[in-house]
Write a protein that binds this ligand. Structure first.
Ligand code: WTA
Length: 668
């Protein structure tokens, strides 16, 4: 474990001088579900006073139980905590059936806008019917409670239907982002021993038709996927795709043949609803395992609390279902809360960079939730072309804005607040992780005074703290490690197939083995105790809000026949937050000039093939060697400096060959 990297210190300094404060208006406070700081403080005090009672009340009030629970939190086998374990319920029932016979049933669940701008609507009743019939089809194929199903789908209604249908029959889904390669997909299918893969023939993004089914075929052909008995294909476009007889079928055909009614399979509260793979600092991606009840409870509650959801809201979270944000705030939270949500198939820059703003106007979006990376790139586009500036769209329907995935720099925050929110809409900067299931530290729109660049305060019941490496509390103003001291219902339950790694990664022995280590550095403001996240403390990069492990990229690089050794670091980037820089030693002589450029391109494409385009290094630097300590450890801190173009001030006398630093500094 290392200290917050020096790369973050300038960031901290610029944040510390941030002194603008934006309290909520009196009207916002009085209309909000959590109305004012006294209401927030009272909830926190309730959780402090009667932790289990606090959560039990919420779980009874916000979920429909087939069998009510008696047990709340079980801490007898830390860190394998359980919540509501003797209760039974079904997630799909809670998202769909629960609304039938209420005014929500005829409300739009989803407003879908396709890549090419076609709009369709689906009510809760119609979505319930669609999910039920597809769930019957899965059952007909023999998919059973507890089986794993991999979903490799575009952003479509069918993607959500696939997830909900799995939940309905108690199958555990594992969604793989459509940008991951055949090899990444194969690794996930293998690790999860999936019995079925649900995919689409193609996906439409930015006017392009991109294959998905062909990648599934390629992934399965890599071997080790014998568990897969069925591949179900959503026909997104008329273009034909290869179909393997006896294994592959079309979603519309199997659905048409299936019974329209599918009784939900009720499962224990701790039944794994899904496994979602994410990058860690070492080794292969980790299958983050989530529960049914605790996860769903928090998905629903954070919709109500963080977004102050009201019945007339139109909610739009721009995240893909391949990431945790798309799980909690597209596939589950909005449905559990009975919201109307927008789902968008395409990309923010097609057919032009005004697409998001035009869509907010078109669908009268009132709550908009996106990533700082998107905001920063749209600021740039709006500066360059007045035709795509948000002032060309009517954004008056907006009432709350949200940010997720990476720290939002105060400049981008201010632009978002002014140009999108018209200085009227609170910006909720939500800090959380794949492992936390839902928001952890975030402002509440009707209570918290906002400070640009700060995620402010933990939600009620979330016992966040900043500690040193032995788990001791640090005073406000001192930077340290972000931890959560008590379990919470939506926390990660395990790493699929790897309980030892689960313990080691998140519950370090040095801290007693019971408190959750987030993997981020943070500091609390001395005056108001507000949290600021200073970035990852491990070898995980955050590129455009996507988590990437440096080790994963290094292993991909050294798998190339030309590569002897590689080290990957992050470099701050104005647009993507961090950019990937790879330092490479080849088995042959160090290439220069055009040859170097050609090999760099080949390696970049190779990484794209091995992991996915999001993992392609922005820069590749070649050297005769890498800088190492006497004991042979790669000096990553030095490489981070070289990647940033900094002058080397560190002592380099231990280096075998200091000249290699000049080589590595050379950009091709
Ligand atoms: C970072 C995404 C600062 C953080 C929901 C975390 C943030 C990682 C914020 C998790 C935020 C996420 N401010 N940093 N509001 N939100 N992060 O698992 O480093 O894809 O550990 O979950 O993103 O990324 P993940």
């Amino acid at each position: 474990m290392s200290h917050p990297s020096s790369a973050n210190s300038t960031n901290i300094e610029s944040l510390l001088v941030e002194n603008r404060v934006f309290p909520p208006s009196a009207a916002t406070v009085s209309a909000a579900r959590i109305s004012g700081m006294p209401a927030y403080n009272a909830m926190c005090a309730h959780a402090e006073r009667d932790f289990e009672g606090f959560w039990a009340d919420l779980a009874r009030a916000n979920l429909s139980w087939k069998k009510p629970f008696e047990q709340v939190l079980d801490e007898t086998n830390p860190p394998f905590y359980t919540w509501f374990a003797d209760g039974e319920l079904n997630a799909s029932f809670n998202c769909l059936d629960r609304h039938l016979g209420t005014p929500v049933e005829n409300k739009n669940a989803i407003i879908f806008e396709s890549d090419d701008g076609k709009v369709s609507h689906i009510t809760y009743k119609a979505l319930h019917a669609k999910v039920s019939q597809f769930a019957s089809a899965l059952k007909d194929m023999g998919v059973q409670k507890g089986d794993r199903v991999v979903i490799y789908m575009p952003m479509t209604v069918e993607g959500v239907v696939a997830m909900q249908a799995c939940a309905r029959i108690g199958a555990t889904h594992s969604v793989v982002f459509g940008g991951f390669s055949a090899k990444s997909l194969q690794e996930r299918i293998k690790d999860a021993s999936a019995v079925a893969v649900i995919t689409a023939n193609y996906q439409l993004r930015g006017g392009k038709e991109l294959p998905l089914k062909a990648i599934v075929d390629e992934g399965i052909a890599l071997g080790g996927c014998e568990s897969v008995k069925n591949v179900i294909v959503y026909q997104r476009t008329p273009t034909a795709c290869n179909m393997v007889a006896g294994r592959d079928s079309f979603m519309h055909e199997v659905t048409a043949k299936a019974a329209p009614v599918c009784e939900p399979v009720f499962v224990g509260a701790e039944h794994p609803l899904f496994v979602l793979y994410t990058s860690g600092s070492t080794g292969t991606p980790k299958g983050v395992q989530h529960s049914t009840a605790g996860y769903l409870l928090w998905a629903k509650l954070t919709m109500d609390w963080t977004f102050d959801l009201q019945p007339s809201d139109v909610f739009w979270c721009t995240a893909d279902i391949g990431w945790i944000t798309g799980h909690t705030y597209v596939a589950y939270g909005p449905l559990a809360a009975g919201a109307t949500q927008v789902i968008f198939e395409g990309i923010p820059t097609y057919p032009n960079a005004g697409r998001f703003w035009q869509m907010i106007e078109r669908h009268k979006v009132s709550i908009f939730y996106t990533a700082p990376t998107a905001i920063r790139s749209l600021i740039k586009a709006a500066d360059a072309d007045a035709a795509v500036h948000p002032d060309r769209s009517d954004l008056s329907s907006l009432r709350i804005l949200g940010s997720v995935g990476e720290p939002i720099n105060p400049e981008a925050w201010m632009w978002y607040y002014k140009n999108i929110g018209g200085e009227r809409c609170p910006v909720v900067d939500t800090f959380w992780q794949t492992e936390t299931g839902g928001h952890m530290i975030t402002p509440l729109p009707g209570a918290t005074a906002l400070v640009p660049g700060s995620c402010t305060l933990p939600l009620p019941g979330i016992m966040a703290a900043i500690v040193d490496e032995t788990g001791h509390d640090l005073p406000n103003g001192a930077g340290g490690l972000l931890v959560i001291k008590r379990p919470w219902p939506s926390m990660i339950r395990n790493i699929w197939n790897d309980p030892e790694r689960f313990k080691k990664s998140y519950f370090p022995e040095e801290m007693g083995g019971t408190i959750y280590l987030a993997g981020d550095g943070a500091v609390r403001n001395e005056d108001n105790g507000y949290f600021r996240i200073t970035g990852r403390i491990d070898d995980v990069l955050n590129v455009s809000g996507h988590r990437m492990g440096t080790m994963e990229i290094e292993s991909a690089l050294v798998a190339h026949p030309l590569v002897a050794e590689a080290a990957v670091v992050g470099r701050p980037d104005d647009l993507t937050g961090e950019a990937i820089v790879a330092f490479v030693v080849l088995k042959r002589s160090r290439p220069v000039g055009d040859e170097g450029k050609a090999i760099a391109k080949e390696l970049r494409d190779w990484v794209g093939k091995q992991i996915g385009p999001i993992a392609k290094p922005k820069d590749i630097r070649f050297g005769d060697n890498l800088p190492k300590t006497r004991s042979g450890k790669i000096m990553r801190r030095l490489l981070r400096g070289v990647a940033k173009g900094e002058a080397i001030t560190q002592d380099t006398s231990t280096l075998e060959n200091p000249a290699i630093l000049d080589q590595l500094a050379e950009n091709l």
